[in-house]
Ligand binder design. Structure first.
Ligand code: ATP
Ligand code: MG
Length: 259
C-alpha cells in the first residue's frame, strides 16, 4: 500500500510568481519524511503538488514531474480525483464536517468514490479506520454523534481516519499538530509512527523536536528573501540534518538561529 515518490525538477507558480524552484527529491515508502523551513519558503505549496491539491487554487501550476512508483501524476489523462485517492492529505486545522456524524465523517471520502456499500462493509470500514487512527475506543459508543463534538486532538485523529478509510498509498500532513496541545500532539506522533508501517508519510512541521522524533528523513527548504522562490537546500537522514548538516543555513535553522 506504500509507494515511492520521485520529484524531478519541479517548479511551482502562482500565476507569474515562482513560489518553489527546481525541487528534485526521492521519498521512500514506509518512512516518514519531514519538510522544515521558515515561513513562506514554500513547504505547503510544494506539499500540495504531491497530490495535485494546488490545482484548486486559481493560477497555481507546476512544471516538472512527480512520479508515484514511476507513474507521473501529471501525465496526460491522469484523473486528479484518483491521484487524491492514492495520496491523501491531512490539514493544519482539523476539518471534520461539523454536522455529519463521526461515522459519516469517516465514510465521507469513501462515499465520494463508491456509493454502494453494504451496512456491514461500511461498519467494518469505520471500525478499521478508527482503530487505525487510534480513536476507536474513545468514540465507539457515539458514532452517530456529530464530529464537531470531539476535542481538537480527537477531531484531527478523525480526519486521519477519514484519510486512511480510502486506503491511500501516501499520506501528506501539513502541520497536523499545530493546533493541538502536547498530549494530543504525542498521540498523533505515536499514530504517525504506526502508520509508517503501511504508508509513505510526508509531514510539514515547524516543531524541530517533532521532526527529529517522528521522521526518518528531513528536507530543509529556505528562501533567499521576499519575492524569491523557495528552494530545497538540504535533504538527508534526520539524524544527520540535526547533528551534522552540510549547509550552514540548515545548521542555523535547526539550531534556532532564524525562522
Ligand atoms: N494561494 C496562493 N496564492 C498566491 N500565492 C501564494 C498562495 N499560497 C502561498 N502563496 C505564496 O507562496 C509562497 C510560499 O507559501 P507557502 O504557504 O507554501 O509557505 P510555507 O513554507 O508553507 O509557510 P508557512 O510555514 O508559513 O506555512 C509565499 O510567498 C506565499 O505568499
Ligand atoms: Mg505552510
Amino acid at each position: 500500500m506504500s509507494k515511492r515518490i520521485e520529484v524531478k525538477d519541479l517548479n511551482v507558480y502562482y500565476s507569474k510568481f515562482l513560489a518553489v524552484e527546481d525541487v528534485s527529491i526521492n521519498i521512500e515508502p514506509r518512512s516518514v519524511t519531514a519538510f522544515i523551513g521558515p515561513s513562506g519558503c514554500g513547504k505547503s505549496t510544494f506539499l500540495r503538488t504531491l497530490n495535485r491539491m494546488h490545482e484548486v487554487i486559481p493560477g497555481a501550476r507546476v512544471e516538472g514531474e512527480v512520479l508515484l512508483d514511476g507513474e507521473d501524476l501529471y501525465g496526460t489523462g491522469v484523473d486528479p480525483v484518483l491521484v487524491r485517492r492514492q495520496v491523501g492529505m491531512v490539514f493544519q486545522r482539523p476539518n471534520p464536517f461539523p454536522t455529519m456524524s463521526i461515522r459519516d465523517n469517516v465514510l465521507a471520502g469513501v462515499r465520494l468514490n463508491d456509493r454502494r456499500m453494504s451496512k456491514g462493509d461500511s461498519d467494518a470500514l469505520v471500525e478499521k479506520s478508527l482503530v487505525g487512527a487510534n480513536l476507536w475506543n474513545e468514540v465507539k459508543d457515539r458514532l452517530d454523534k456529530p464530529g464537531s463534538g470531539l476535542s481538537g486532538g480527537q477531531q484531527q485523529r478523525l480526519c486521519i481516519a477519514r484519510a486512511i478509510a480510502v486506503e491511500p498509498e501516501v499520506l501528506l500532513m501539513d502541520e497536523p499538530c499545530s493546533a493541538l496541545d502536547p498530549i494530543s500532539t504525542l498521540a498523533i506522533e505515536d499514530l504517525i509512527d504506526q502508520l509508517k508501517q503501511e504508508y509513505t508519510i510526508v509531514i510539514v512541521t515547524h516543531n524541530m523536536q517533532q521532526a527529529s522524533r517522528v521522521s526518518d528523513r528531513t528536507a530543509f527548504f529556505n528562501i533567499a528573501g521576499t519575492g524569491k522562490p523557495g528552494k530545497l537546500i538540504e535533504y538527508d537522514d534526520t539524524s544527520t540534518i540535526f547533528s551534522t548538516p552540510s549547509v550552514q543555513a540548515t545548521e542555523d535553522y535547526v539550531s534556532g538561529r532564524f525562522g
